[in-house]
Design a binder for this molecule. Structure first.
Ligand code: ADP
Length: 428
């Protein structure tokens, strides 16, 4: 090989390695950014919007382009280096070329550019994007051929190798939000709300309703005067109306609907003449569907029906919205906080507290261990296998749970103490 040929080959080698650096950087910046970041970049850079939207829609294609390009130039560079090395070192040339090219390609064309791309993904994407679209156009026949090949191999293996989904899953969003919160990009309240929105679809009405045992209801043959007493006692503005018994809800009485008749002196008017039609939802319905249904039927309260057609409880818009925004207390709410701190590692917890809320507040996975029950009361019943008596202490894992208040077989309040030891079972 003439020295001018060697010089030409080295220039070619340098150009090919330059392309290799470009493809490595581009590939890593796309995967490090992810679809969410690409869409955000499209918004932040109006003049490059089209390009980023194209990339967000064609992540799989773009990665294939970078992979094909990278392999082409790396193989090309190795071939050029080998021919130069043979002309310089004779039979030892290929071995010398392999040694030098491995070091050059791995360090300068892979590790270094990929690390830079992770650290500066936005800048790298802004620089690389225009060329990427050009390469994508040039390589489109190869990509099309690759798609056909992948389809065929996918069929043979019984896998879908083509429709690579670049969409972000709920779990990923939740994860990103938790990370964003830990890194200080989001406030804790914001994290909780976004988590609430994501978890909303997985929550069932039975988990957020007021159970039938807490329900204030009135019989349809009672008078308007009697209903005033219940409204005052409960502090609620809507009361379910039943016919025979609580499993037979036939209407809802609105406090506002009483104002007219009472102002006209019609205290003895029967509730059945004042009530409105109720909305029923099954207890297994997802909270997002219930919210949708209540919005469409313009009702703030729905009666929750169990699998046997009986009344399981009631749910209001407030119960549903609280799942996203957290506890809402209005002027008439006289709820005591469901979980109160009572000294170090000690908590006073209401029996109906949701296990997910308890898990989050006490940082212990009660909700994943006791999957079949929704509340602390249910959890205690499951641990004891029987009705615990007032004052009884139950041990679960590192927790000592003392039942403080029981009313008609209902666990109203318990004291939970973190002992740090993990004896399981019963202690009286
Ligand atoms: P209100 O303002 O009438 O109390 P909200 O929609 O603000 O109604 O609900 C506040 C809480 O009271 C919710 O947890 C809801 O389940 C509960 N609630 C509403 N009405 C009743 C009722 N009649 N009986 C028992 N609980 C009720």
């Amino acid at each position: 090989m003439l020295s001018s040929d060697i010089a030409g080959s080295i220039i070619l080698l340098t150009v090919l390695m330059g392309f290799s650096i470009y493809f490595s950087m581009t590939e890593t910046s796309i995967t490090a950014a992810g679809k969410g970041k690409l869409l955000a970049l499209a918004d932040e850079n109006p003049h490059r919007k089209k390009g980023f939207l194209w990339l967000a829609d064609n992540v799989a294609k773009a990665i294939n382009v970078t992979l094909i390009g990278n392999n082409l130039v790396n193989i090309g560079a190795s071939a050029v280096a080998t021919s130069v090395a043979i002309s310089l070192f004779g039979a030892a040339g290929p071995a010398v070329a392999v040694a030098i090219m491995t070091v050059l390609i791995v360090i300068f064309c892979e590790i270094l550019p990929k690390n830079i791309a992770i650290a500066r993904k936005e800048t790298v994407l802004l620089l690389c994007l225009p060329f990427l679209r050009l390469f994508s156009f040039v390589l489109s026949p190869v990509i099309a051929f690759l798609q056909i090949l992948l389809k065929l191999i996918g069929k043979l293996l019984g896998m879908d190798l083509v429709s690579f989904s670049a969409l972000i899953s709920r779990e990923e969003i939740d994860h990103i939000v938790s990370e964003g919160s830990a890194a200080g990009a989001l406030e804790e309240d914001e994290r909780k709300m976004i988590h609430g929105v994501i978890a909303f679809e997985d929550t069932r009405v039975s988990e957020v309703m007021a159970p039938r045992t807490d329900m204030y209801a009135i019989e349809e043959d009672e008078s308007a005067e009697e209903s005033v007493r219940i409204f005052l006692e409960s502090g609620h503005s809507r009361i379910p109306v039943y016919k025979e018994d609580i499993d037979d809800i036939v209407g809802i009485l609105y406090a506002k609907d009483l104002l007219g008749p009472l102002s006209r002196g019609e205290q003895h008017l029967l509730i059945k003449n004042l009530m409105r039609k109720p909305l029923y939802v099954p207890e297994t319905m997802k909270t997002d569907e219930a919210l949708d249904m209540m919005k469409k039927s313009r009702k703030h309260l729905a009666i929750v029906v169990d699998e046997y057609g009986g009344t399981a409880g009631l749910v209001t818009l407030e119960d549903l919205i609280e799942e996203i925004v957290g506890d809402i207390q209005d002027e008439y709410d006289k709820e005591t906080p469901e979980i109160r701190s009572a000294g170090e590692g000690c908590y006073l917890v209401q029996g109906q507290v949701n296990l997910e809320d308890l898990a989050e507040a006490l940082n212990y996975p009660f909700d994943t261990v006791f999957e079949d029950v929704d509340t602390l009361a249910g959890m205690i019943l499951e641990i004891t296998g029987n009705f615990p008596s007032q004052g009884q202490t139950v041990c679960y894992g590192p927790w000592e749970i003392k039942v403080l208040e029981v009313q008609n077989h209902r666990i109203l309040e318990a004291k939970m103490k973190f002992t740090g030891t993990t004896d399981e079972g019963l202690a009286d």
